[in-house]
Design a protein around this ligand. Structure first.
Ligand SMILES: NC(=O)c1cnc(OC2CCCC2)nc1N
Length: 326
């Protein structure tokens, strides 16, 4: 194949394969069978092997890792990653709502989201290209895990628009991957992970990026930290914008007009969370309007405009091994 032919064919394959990967890993709606993807992927590998100069950062072949890092550099977060004040009962939730209404002087609508039990991450993009991924750390200083996060297939390497923004969310391991990983580790006589959160954290702490690449990690993004030119005025709109740009966001987010509606949402997911393919440890309730969030502000460590309703630790939790994940 001539260089010109290889150049145009590899660009075509890259675009096609990245679209397939977006449908599969971000939208959970694959449009082609795996063998179609694999065949085109193999064709791209052959072209890139013959012409390595044609390899680009967003080529799907770069998602498999291969670097062994010396260590993780520190990253200072321009915008701190705040933690959440927790509530553990309906009464405490109502107190939170009363305090918010008192502070802003009128009832507010809430954006409610499942509280994904994973590892907080921050993703930076410059002109639409993924340039840095970091752990939350202590909220001000985290670790640079860009190379490991590049292997997480649901994290876009290039956004749908050339924007310079920063987003935050959760990197997690699906329950089915957690069960398979622990079975494999048991067979290899290795120590098993206590829960999917620890498994995700352990995977992202690997210095050999090929290991992270094999752990089938995923993400749900939920905070637009640096909006860049985006103009969302509510949390609900920001979630929709992040999805439009190519990020994976959780489909269960809802706007509730009253705290009663919030409570119904909480009760529903408290009952049904075992059926979710990922672990949650509660529900996050956020004042939906960003202008009201600005009015409410922050305490030293947490926003006054949000709270996390935490589910009681499940004693009789159906063990993950008892559920047929196939
Ligand atoms: N684990 C989650 O799913 C989750 C965590 N945190 C937040 O929001 C915090 C972030 C900064 C103030 C509110 N939302 C979430 N969905």
């Amino acid at each position: 194949m001539t260089f010109q032919a290889a150049e145009s064919r590899s660009a075509e394959l890259r675009a096609e394969l990245n679209q397939y990967a977006h449908e599969y890993y971000v939208q959970d709606q694959p449009s082609v069978e795996d063998f179609v993807y694999d065949k085109k992927y193999q064709e791209l590998v052959e072209i890139e092997t013959e012409y390595p100069d044609l390899i680009t950062p967003e080529s799907p072949t770069q998602r498999v890792g291969g670097k062994v890092l010396e260590g993780f550099e520190k990253v200072v977060h321009d915008i701190p990653l705040y933690s959440l004040n927790d509530v553990f009962s309906k009464e405490e939730l109502i107190t939170f709502d009363e305090r918010v209404k008192k502070a802003v002087g009128h009832p507010v609508s809430y954006c409610v989201e499942l509280k994904i039990d994973g590892l907080s991450i921050s993703l930076k993009y410059e002109n639409g290209v993924f340039v840095q991924g970091a752990t939350r750390g202590d909220g001000s200083v985290g670790e640079n895990i860009t190379e490991n996060l590049k292997t997480v297939k649901s994290i876009p390497i290039r956004l749908k628009e050339p924007l310079s923004i920063e987003v935050r969310g959760e990197c997690y391991m699906p329950k089915s991957s957690f069960v398979k990983l622990n079975q494999q580790r048991e067979e290899e006589g290795k120590e098993v992970f206590a829960n999917p959160r620890n498994a995700a954290a352990g995977s992202l702490r690997q210095l050999d990026t090929r290991i992270a690449a094999k752990r089938n990690l995923s993400t749900f993004l939920y905070t637009l930290a640096d909006f860049g030119p985006l103009e969302s005025t509510t949390q609900d709109h920001a979630l929709n914008e992040m999805a439009r740009l190519g990020f994976r966001t959780n489909p269960e987010h809802r706007v509730c007009e009253t705290i009663e509606e919030v409570w119904e949402y909480i009760e529903n997911f408290h009952e049904t969370r075992d059926q979710l393919p990922y672990e949650i440890d509660g529900i996050v309730i956020k004042v939906n309007e960003f202008s009201l969030q600005d009015d409410l502000g922050f305490t030293v460590k947490a926003p006054r405009w949000a709270t996390a309703y935490k589910f009681p630790p499940e004693e009789a939790q159906t063990t993950l091994l008892d559920i047929d994940w196939t």
